[in-house]
Design a binder for this molecule. Structure first.
Ligand SMILES: [Zn+2]
Length: 134
């Protein structure tokens, strides 16, 4: 069996966690607790993280249709910084139980956070570059 939270393969001594869309294997009570916490946070912050992603998309729209000239891409970069930060703070958006069967929660959360950090840092760097050119 494979733990849905930490991804560890285990033979015996594990337990299971029941959620709305099925029952999943967890290797220990610790992982069970963390999975439950994760699901609660996921539930609680889902709307908020979608809202942040939406704010980020507004930046893309502004850059594409509204802004022109030197500052054309500024709203897009700001939007991407918002998106990146929202991924770091709320890494729940890209994960679901469908992906958990292939990637453990622990790994997914870390991957999404790193992705968010890369997006935020790169966008900030591009943003600074725009203002340096002026
Ligand atoms: Zn585990």
């Amino acid at each position: 069996m494979k733990c849905v939270y930490c991804g560890k393969e285990y033979g015996e001594g594990g337990t299971t966690i029941k959620v709305s869309n099925g029952t999943f294997d967890v290797c220990s009570n610790e992982c069970k607790k963390l999975t439950r916490e994760y699901l609660e946070k996921d539930e609680r912050y889902k709307t908020r993280s979608y809202l942040l992603i939406f704010c980020g998309s507004v930046g893309f729209i502004l850059s594409t249709f509204v802004f022109t000239g030197t500052y054309k891409l500024v709203p897009m970069y700001i939007g991407m910084i918002i998106m990146g930060i929202s991924l770091i703070v709320y890494p729940y958006i890209f994960s679901s139980f469908i992906t958990f069967t292939r990637h453990p929660i622990k790994k997914m959360t870390l991957m999404v956070r790193i992705m968010g950090l890369v997006i935020a840092v790169l966008s900030l760097w591009f943003l600074i570059a725009v203002f340096r050119q002026v």
